[in-house]
Structures are given as structure tokens and as C-alpha cells.
Ligand binder design. Structure first.
Ligand code: PLP
Length: 425
């Protein structure tokens, strides 16, 4: 019966058999993922119960948003989930980049230095920092920037980090996920070691973690291992696919307050900011997030397993431990990249009839192809894939609100490669 459904979705018998065999082999791995999801689900429920979440918290506020009980309770819940003192969780934070920007501008002052100890941060931060000259960057406000590269073997260069930390170093930014770079994603444990090392050199250095793509992948978060600030987007993991906008900043009281004063206005801070009826989906998205992240992880492991079996290289590989939800696959040719992305698009619940093609996107040095059929525009906790059209022709694939949708996405990608005679099963 199930094969006839796949057949209606244009999955051939060969692709079905090939993929089903592989998904059956993954049951042990999936059990481990479910155990992490179970732990995180309980953590979220416990935090909601401790803070007495109630349906009165779902009421909409407008205007200034004074006394928004739902917003304040949501922030208490986030603080509790992250084992942090305070949280700022707002629809006025429009993306992950914006959340990071607010945290940085709120906590850095002219003359301070920002340090990235693990190489270049996420692309969009180049403009924020001023690595790429940009109007309004930290650089323009007299905040300098320093960067320590990873060692050639990909490990953290502790010797150089020690040398790079000076009395000027006010804040260290640590990116958990590799994002779209070719390096390893850091585990929370590795982040903890790095923070301990930095604090030993200067205990007043603020350690901030860009947590994008990392939430609920492990049982602990960076704030459990000493991070002073943890920052992310609600249209990635922690919004559970329901949050239609938003970002969060959690951590020490003072640092979160500095960020709040920057997001709204000095003196107003967390006291204002209407939530316009979004609290309910923020709570509900957080509630679903552990399960959604588990689905995305299963999808990523399945993708790696299928394409490795066909001889392609996957990063991380099919058996490695995972610390974020991003899966890269080296498709080896432009045709391979396009077919993969077209397959992902065909599996989507929204815009499945659209054919993605590469285009010259501003800010990129090669044409880019993107596949996403999402309920929330740009959401990357929903199944999506993108790739720059240049060697080594690597596709980055992430998300999947349900495991079965993520599975269909990979099967469709494979079906496209078969249909276009790029591979033979
Ligand atoms: C997505 C992402 C960002 C930026 O988030 P946007 O919401 O796209 O602005 C920053 N850092 C990492 C590691 C990311 O994955």
C-alpha cells in the first residue's frame, strides 16, 4: 500500500526499494535521536509547568505592549530551557543575523575588540562586523575585530587564541554550526572547553555563542557549559516550524538587558514590544521543537546514508555524531546539484510545481540554486536545499518538519538523478 502512495508521487519501485532498505538499517541511530528528543521534550514541558504557562498568556497585545504577560512568561520559559538567567524572545527580532547584531551592538562599546576564535563567522555577519565595509557596521563605531583561524587539521588553535586575547577583548563570538563553511560543527562539550579556556585568560570576556541550527540537537545547550549569551533564530530549530518570525537572546541578566536596550531603546528595554498575538505559536513551536529537530536529524542522516551508498561524499558522513541539522553532499557536477534541488522542491507541500534554477543572487560570487517549498518564507527548519554553482558542487540540505517528509525529499532527489540519467541504480 505504501509503495502505491510513493508511486503516485512518482517514486519508482527501484528508488523505493533502495531507500527503504537504507532507512530500515538506521533504526538504532534513530532510537538514539529519539532519546535526545525525549529528554528535550521533558525539559520544555518542565519549564512550561514551572512557569505556569496558561491560555491567558496567548492573548494579543498591541501598541507599546506594556505588561505583556505572555511575552514575559515565554522569556522565563526560554531562560529555564537554556538554564540561563534571562531571555529576550521577540517577533521584533527579524532574523538570526538581527539577533546576533542586537547582542553585539548592545554589549560592545567604542574601543572594544570582538574576537572570533574559530575562523570567519557566518557570511551575513561580515557586514555587521565590518569585515566587508558596510554602513553602520561595528567597525564604523570604533569596535575592532580579530579572528583566529582553525588549525589545518580543523581543530581549535588554543595557542593563537591565548595570544589574541588582550585587555581590549570584550566579547568572543563562537559559532556552533559550520553553517555553509567547510569545517566541523562544534559540539556543546567542545564549546564548553573553549569557554573555560577563554575565561581562564580573562574571566571578564563575554562568551557569546551563535546557536543557529544547533538547538535541541544535544541534551545540553551552550549556556549549560558557561556561555554568557546564546543567540538564535525562531525560523530555525527552536521555533518548531510554527514561529512565523523572531529571534532569541538568552544569558546573563546584564548582557540580555544590554541587548534589550539596543533592540528597543535605552531605558525601555524588555518592558515594551507588543506581541500581536504571536505568543501562542511561539509557545507551541517551542513545545514541538525537540520532535521537529529529531525529524530533521533523521532526514539528514538518511540523506547522507543514501548518497554515500551511491558513492557521493557526505559531510558529516552517515555515521558521525551530529551537532547541527545541516547536511552537505558533494554532488560532483552542476547537473547533479540541479537535479538534487529539483527533487527536494518536488517533495514540498507548498510550491511543489515550481522548478528551481540557478540565479545570480546579490552578494554571491557564483550563481546560487535554492529549493524550498515552505509554509514560512525562508524557514530552514522546513526541508530546503541550496548550493552555489561552483566546484566542488556541494549541496547544503537541512530541515524537515516531519521525518517522512524529509525521507520523501531525499527519495525525490534520488529519483531526479535517476530520471536525468546522472546515476543508475
Ligand atoms: C542561519 C544562520 C545565521 C543567520 O541567520 P538568518 O536568520 O539567516 O539571518 C547565523 N549563523 C548561523 C550559523 C546560521 O546558520
Amino acid at each position: 500500500m505504501i509503495q502505491s502512495m510513493y508511486s503516485k508521487l512518482n517514486i519508482s519501485k527501484e528508488v523505493f526499494d533502495f531507500c527503504n532498505g537504507i532507512s530500515e538499517e538506521l533504526s538504532q541511530r534513530f532510537t538514539e535521536i529519539d532519546l535526545v528528543a525525549e529528554y528535550n521534550q521533558l525539559k520544555v514541558i518542565y519549564s512550561m509547568q514551572q512557569n505556569k504557562v496558561s491560555d491567558t498568556h496567548f492573548a494579543a497585545t498591541t501598541g507599546y505592549g506594556y505588561n505583556d504577560l505572555g511575552r514575559d512568561t515565554l522569556e522565563e520559559v526560554y531562560a529555564s530551557v537554556f538554564n540561563a538567567e534571562a531571555a529576550l524572545v521577540r517577533p521584533q527580532i527579524i532574523s538570526g543575523t538581527h539577533a546576533l547584531t542586537v547582542a553585539l551592538f548592545g554589549n560592545l562599546r567604542p574601543g572594544d575588540e570582538l574576537l572570533s576564535p574559530i575562523g570567519k563567522p557566518y557570511d551575513t555577519l561580515e557586514g555587521v562586523i565590518g569585515i566587508r565595509p558596510t554602513k553602520g557596521s561595528l567597525m564604523e563605531y570604533g569596535i575592532s575585530y580579530n579572528q583566529v583561524e582553525l588549525l589545518p587539521n580543523g581543530e581549535i588553535d588554543y595557542d593563537h587564541i591565548k595570544k589574541a586575547i588582550s585587555p581590549k577583548t570584550k566579547l568572543v563570538t563562537i559559532q556552533r554550526s559550520k553553517g555553509y563553511a567547510i569545517r566541523l560543527t562544534l559540539s556543546v562539550e567542545q564549546i564548553g572547553e573553549l569557554i573555560t579556556f577563554i575565561k581562564k585568560i580573562n574571566h571578564r570576556t563575554i562568551c557569546m555563542v551563535d546557536n543557529c541550527y544547533g538547538e535541541f540537537v544535544q541534551k545540553i545547550e551552550p549556556s549549560d557549559v558557561g556561555a554568557d549569551l546564546v543567540v538564535g533564530s525562531l525560523i530555525k530549530n527552536i521555533g518548531g516550524g510554527l514561529a512565523p518570525i523572531g529571534g532569541y537572546i538568552v544569558g546573563k541578566n546584564d548582557y540580555v538587558e544590554n541587548a534589550a536596550n539596543r533592540l528597543t531603546a535605552p531605558g525601555l528595554g524588555k518592558e515594551v514590544g507588543a506581541t500581536l498575538g504571536l505568543n501562542q505559536v511561539f509557545f507551541q513551536g517551542l513545545f514541538l521543537a525537540p520532535q521537529v529537530v529529531a525529524s530533521a536529524l533523521k532526514g539528514a542522516i538518511f540523506t547522507a546514508s543514501v548518497f554515500e551508498r551511491l558513492g557521493y561524499k557526505a559531510f558529516p558522513n552517515a555515521t558521525e555524531d551530529r551537532y547541527d541539522i545541516v547536511q552537505a553532499v558533494n554532488m560532483e557536477s552542476p547537473e547533479g546539484v540541479i537535479a538534487f534541488c529539483q527533487g527536494i522542491q518536488e517533495a514540498a507541500p507548498v510550491d511543489s510545481f515550481v522548478k528551481p534554477i540557478p540565479w545570480d543572487m546579490p552578494g554571491y560570487d557564483a550563481p546560487v540554486i535554492m529549493a524550498a517549498g515552505a509554509f514560512i518564507q525562508g524557514s530552514s527548519i522546513e526541508l530546503s536545499a541550496d548550493a552555489p554553482m561552483k566546484p566542488p558542487y556541494t549541496v547544503f540540505c537541512q530541515g524537515g518538519l516531519t521525518w517522512h517528509h524529509a525521507k520523501l525529499g531525499t527519495m525525490k532527489a534520488l529519483q531526479q538523478l535517476v530520471n536525468q540519467k546522472i546515476i543508475q541504480l
